[in-house]
Design a protein around this ligand. Structure first.
Ligand SMILES: O=C(O)CCC(=O)C(=O)O
Length: 339
C-alpha cells in the first residue's frame, strides 16, 4: 500500500550497519526473531528487521521491542498488520483512534505557540466563527507548526494511505477551539457529497485531529455518529434522527490522535471550563480533491527545507511568500453540510 517513489533518500534513515556479531552463528541461549521486530540497544535502532528477516538475537544484550521501524526520520510504532486493522476499523466506523501516538512535549510546545495566536486572531476578529465562542484558525506553516514529526508521522500516514489511496495530499492545518460559553453545533458533515443522490464512495477527505490539552466531558468533547460516513447525507440524517446512529462523545488525552472521515455526522459541544480546548485538524485527501478555500500557504523557504515525503504531501499547495496569509481572515467559512 505504501508508495516508495517519494520515500526520503536512504541516508536519511536512522539506520546503522549491522553489529559485528551479526554474521556469527547463533550461540546457545539465542533465538530467532519474527521479522516485524526491531532491535534496540540503549534506545538506538540498530536495524530494520523487516529487511533482514532471519536473524539471531543475543538475549541479554538486546531487548525485544514492539514494532518500531524507521521510515526516513519517522519512527513507526505499528506493524503493517496493525495498520490494516486500524484501516478496517476506520472503514466500518468512519474513525479510528490511535492512543498516545504523538509526543506530549511536542504538543505542549504547540500549545505554547498557539496561545498568543488564538488571542491575536480573536482580538482582530480574524477567525472563522463556527458557533458562539468557537473559533477555527489556520496555523501558520512555519517554525513550530511546520513539523514533519507530526504531519509525516508514519503511523498516521499508514492509515491515511490505506483508506484514502497511496499518494494523498495534505491540504489543511488548522484548529477548532471552543471557549467558555460555546454551545452545541448543529449536527453536520464537513464536506458536500461528491455526487448528489448517489451512494457514498470510499473515503476521499480525512481529518486527523489531535488536541493540545486533555479533552474531557467538561471542555467540549467532539461528538460523532458511528458508521454514517458511507451513507448518503439524507439517509445518515434520517438514521440519526431515528436514534439509529446516536452521537458519542470522544474524550481524548494529549497525545491521542483521531483519524476520521469528514462525512460522518458530528458536532462540537460546549466548553464549560475557563481554558480553551484547541483541537488541531490536519486534512489529507486524495490528490484530485481540491476545495480552494481549504489550503495551506507554504512559504517557499519552508518548503525547500522539507524532506521528500513532506514535499510530496504538499505538492499542490500554494507556495506563498508568507506563512500566515489567513491572519487577516479565514477563507474556509462554509463548513457545515447536512447532505
Ligand atoms: O471542535 C469540535 O469539537 C468540532 C468542530 C466541528 O465539528 C466543526 O467546526 O466543524
Amino acid at each position: 500500500m505504501q508508495s516508495d517513489h517519494d520515500a526520503p533518500p536512504r541516508q536519511a534513515c536512522r539506520r546503522t550497519r549491522a553489529p559485528e556479531w551479526w554474521d556469527r552463528p547463533a550461540e546457545p541461549g539465542t533465538r530467532r526473531v519474527l521479522p516485524v521486530l526491531s532491535l534496540k540497544s540503549e534506545g538506538q535502532v540498530l536495524s530494520d528487521a523487516r529487511s533482514l528477516p532471519d536473524i539471531h538475537l543475543a538475549k541479554r544484550r538486546f531487548r525485544l521491542t514492539p514494532f518500531r521501524h524507521s521510515q526516513g526520520t519517522q519512527m513507526q510504532r505499528y506493524a503493517p498488520e496493525q495498520l490494516d486493522d486500524f484501516a478496517r476499523t476506520f472503514e466500518r466506523d468512519g474513525l479510528v483512534i490511535l492512543k498516545q501516538l504523538l509526543p506530549k512535549e511536542i504538543l505542549q510546545a504547540w500549545r505554547v505557540a498557539f496561545e498568543p495566536l488564538l488571542n491575536a486572531r480573536i482580538s482582530a476578529g480574524a477567525t472563522a466563527v463556527r458557533g458562539q465562542n468557537r473559533h477555527y484558525i489556520t496555523l501558520p506553516f512555519d517554525a513550530t507548526f511546520a513539523d514533519e514529526r507530526i504531519f509525516c508521522n508514519a503511523d498516521i500516514l499508514g492509515v491515511v494511505e490505506r483508506v484514502a489511496g497511496s499518494d494523498p495530499v495534505m491540504c489543511q492545518l488548522a484548529t477548532d477551539t471552543p471557549l467558555k460559553g460555546s454551545t452545541y453545533q448543529d449536527v453536520h458533515r464537513d464536506t458536500p457529497a461528491l455526487f448528489d443522490d448517489y451512494p457514498e464512495t470510499p473515503s476521499f477527505q480525512l481529518a486527523v485531529n489531535f488536541p493540545l490539552c486533555d479533552v474531557t466531558a467538561q471542555n467540549g468533547p467532539f461528538e460523532t455518529t458511528i458508521g454514517t460516513h458511507r451513507m448518503r447525507g439524507d439517509e445518515a440524517m434520517k438514521a440519526f434522527e431515528a436514534g439509529e446512529a446516536p452521537l458519542r462523545a470522544i474524550p481524548m488525552e494529549l497525545g491521542d490522535v483521531m483519524i476520521r472521515d469528514v462525512r460522518a455526522l458530528h458536532r462540537g459541544t460546549p466548553n464549560t471550563t475557563d481554558a480553551p480546548r484547541p483541537m488541531v485538524v490536519i486534512g489529507y485527501s486524495r490528490s484530485w480533491y481540491f476545495r480552494p478555500e481549504v489550503h495551506i500557504d507554504v512559504p517557499q523557504n519552508v518548503f525547500d527545507r522539507l524532506g521528500n515525503r513532506a514535499k510530496r504531501l504538499l505538492r499542490h499547495m500554494p507556495r506563498s511568500g508568507v506563512a500566515d496569509s489567513q491572519a487577516a481572515g479565514e477563507q474556509y467559512v462554509d463548513f457545515a453540510y447536512k447532505e
